[in-house]
Design a protein around this ligand. Structure first.
Ligand SMILES: [Zn+2]
Length: 469
């Protein structure tokens, strides 16, 4: 799969911009000529190479006063445009053929003629193509197509990236200062607009770095975990190494603090005895911060990588990611350990929030925040409050044991579009709604409408947040 990337230039000086604009104008005439001569039946079946040979034989190319490569690439590009317009007309005609005849042999014959561009010999097809393939015209006079081997980039002493492309004179390159540090590759399409150049180029999605890959197509709920970064509503766990990374770091920190406390007391005792030299040696050699800080930085980097990778895995399949708003500091849904653990947990929560926002933004998926109150306690199937036992949730009504985090992720997904529980519905009201739904389920009554008329509390909420309905 290919995607187009665009690099923008800085504002060019007048002379340089004019030279490029002039080249684009002349190449626009090349395009117009291609459309005029090959934009209809006459061009069907011709390749851009045949057109080039024809022009070289006739001397047509000399009229345009551009370099050989520039007009050849432009012919290729314009022929591709014509093919695209013809193929879109064919799609309409193929459907018409289906309506025109039910005879399989006749259909096959017509579709075959269409595919091999031999429709003009058949009266019906010729009529259909004339009807649906309007003769096009070139309107492009501000583009220059540059072949992959005709441009190069270099970085100057100030770190500025320059793109060198051919101008109107042989061996005299035009250097364009770019507003990016990523060098464009492959065939380039330069589009001139308002003293700047847009550099369009294609990259293969498969060879792209993860952060540039397009997102998936599903709507996925995620639950933030502790032993893994995220669990999604499909039942997949992402970032399973997180728990071990955090435990290792927490254990190491505790052990180190214990040892340092001991050394500090030895140093203090020495100082009290008057052995200042020993005290200084200990504080210098054993209580420094260089190694400690380096280890902490490495740990932070490992955790960030684990978290971002996990979020990328989710966005690989999701166009909408539904999650709890992790930037909010609620009282934790799960009991937290002693201080080190609490600190690490709060920090990873922040990194996860950052990763969800930034990866979604870069890869074009939408991040939807929902109210996650009680999502870890409610059975996603019947809506009853279940019994938690470790990583299991036992629903006494369904008699089913769910994996707690998967169940939570499904509940989070279901909160997306929940008519009653919005992002700002208070915790106690969520509980009331959850319990009412569970009771209705138990007694098999139809679900009530939690409309403002029924719940005074809800009405107050909606009044104070008119945007939240
Ligand atoms: Zn249940």
């Amino acid at each position: 799969m290919k995607t187009t990337r665009i690099a923008y230039s800085q504002r060019l000086n007048v002379g340089k911009y004019r030279a490029l604009a002039e080249q684009a104008r002349r190449l626009g005439r090349v395009r117009s000529e291609v459309w005029r001569r090959y934009g209809s039946v006459a061009g069907a079946g011709l390749t851009d190479r045949q057109v080039r040979d024809q022009w070289l034989a006739e001397g047509t190319h000399r009229r345009f006063e551009v370099l050989a490569n520039a007009w050849k690439e432009t012919v290729r590009d314009a022929m591709a445009d014509i093919t695209a317009s013809r193929e879109s007309a064919k799609a309409v005609v193929r459907r018409a053929v289906g309506r025109h005849t039910a005879d399989p042999a006749a259909r096959r014959r017509l579709l075959g003629l269409l595919k091999t561009n031999k429709w003009s010999g058949d009266a019906y097809l010729a009529r259909q193509m004339r009807k649906h393939w309007r003769r096009g015209q070139n309107h492009t006079h501000n583009q220059i197509v540059v072949r992959a081997d005709k441009h190069h980039t270099h970085v100057d002493g100030n770190g500025l990236l320059w793109l060198a492309v051919p101008g109107l004179v042989r061996r005299q390159l035009v250097r364009i200062p770019l507003n990016t540090t990523v060098a464009p590759r492959g065939t380039l399409r330069l589009i001139l607009r308002a003293d700047r150049v847009e550099v369009h180029y294609q990259i293969d999605a498969a060879t792209m770095k993860t952060s540039q890959r397009p997102c998936g197509g599903a709507t996925i709920g995620v639950d933030k975990g502790y032993t893994e970064v995220l669990t999604d509503s499909d039942g997949n766990h992402h970032g399973a190494r997180l728990g071990r990374l955090l435990t290792t770091e927490s254990d190491r920190t505790k052990e180190r603090n214990r040892r340092r406390a001991k050394l500090r007391s030895i140093a203090n005792n020495a100082a009290r005895r008057g052995d200042q030299a020993k005290a200084d040696r200990i504080s210098q050699n054993n209580l420094g911060s260089v190694k400690r800080d380096r280890q902490a930085a490495r740990h932070r980097a490992q955790v960030r990588t684990e978290i971002f990778t996990a979020v990328h895995r989710v966005v690989d399949k999701a166009t909408v990611v539904v999650a709890e708003d992790l930037t909010k500091t609620f009282a934790g849904r799960k009991p937290l350990g002693r201080d080190t653990n609490r600190r690490l947990a709060a920090w990873t929560k922040g990194v996860t929030a950052e990763a969800l926002a930034s990866v979604s933004e870069r890869r074009g998926s939408a991040l939807v925040h929902v109210n996650a109150a009680y999502t870890s306690q409610v059975c996603h199937r019947c809506g009853c409050l279940g019994r938690r036992a470790g990583d299991r949730l036992h629903c006494t009504v369904c008699g089913v044991v769910w994996q707690a985090d998967v169940n939570a992720a499904i509940n989070v997904l279901q909160r997306h579009g929940d008519p009653d529980i919005t992002l700002r519905t208070p915790h106690n009201l969520v509980k009331q709604i959850v319990q009412t739904r569970a009771n209705r389920h138990r007694s098999r009554l139809p679900l009530p409408d939690f409309s403002p008329a029924l719940l005074s509390e809800e009405r107050i909420i909606r009044k104070s947040h008119p945007d939240q309905v």
